[in-house]
Ligand binder design. Structure first.
Ligand code: FES
Length: 124
């Protein structure tokens, strides 16, 4: 990737210009008394919010394999992965990569809890 020169004409280091996604409030979800997984929307996309042992995490609603809902998917590997019940395709919640299904991945979302209000943003 070409880098533009600075004012002295010296090429500058490459800068990742991809802005971090903005946090979006998840209206209607209660982190304390809500039932999870729960549907939500981020950037117009329907997602599911899961409560894991290490906090909340968002995942696209449909499995990328045959589009079954991930609503009843299992959290596995100490809640670090999600496994579709249909054909056990399993995805890492950290980055969405499939672990037993090469070429498949899911969109995943960071979720933060601020005083019971949830916010999410896309991570990949
Ligand atoms: S539909 Fe999810 S693994 Fe096949």
């Amino acid at each position: 990737m070409a880098t533009p020169p600075d004012s002295s004409g010296t090429p500058t280091a490459a800068v990742d210009t991809a802005a971090e996604a903005a946090w979006q409030k998840l209206d209607g979800l209660d982190a304390v008394s809500g039932k999870f997984p729960a549907p939500a929307r981020v950037d117009g996309d329907g997602i599911l919010i899961f409560r894991t042992k290490i906090g909340f995490r968002g995942v696209q609603r449909l499995c990328p394999h045959l589009k079954f809902s991930l609503h009843d998917a299992d959290l596995v590997s100490n809640d670090t992965m999600i496994r579709c019940k249909q054909h056990v395709f399993t995805f890492r919640l950290a980055d969405g990569r499939g672990v037993n299904c090469p070429g498949f991945s899911v969109s995943v979302f960071e979720v933060k809890n601020e005083d019971g209000t949830l916010y999410a943003r896309r991570t990949r």
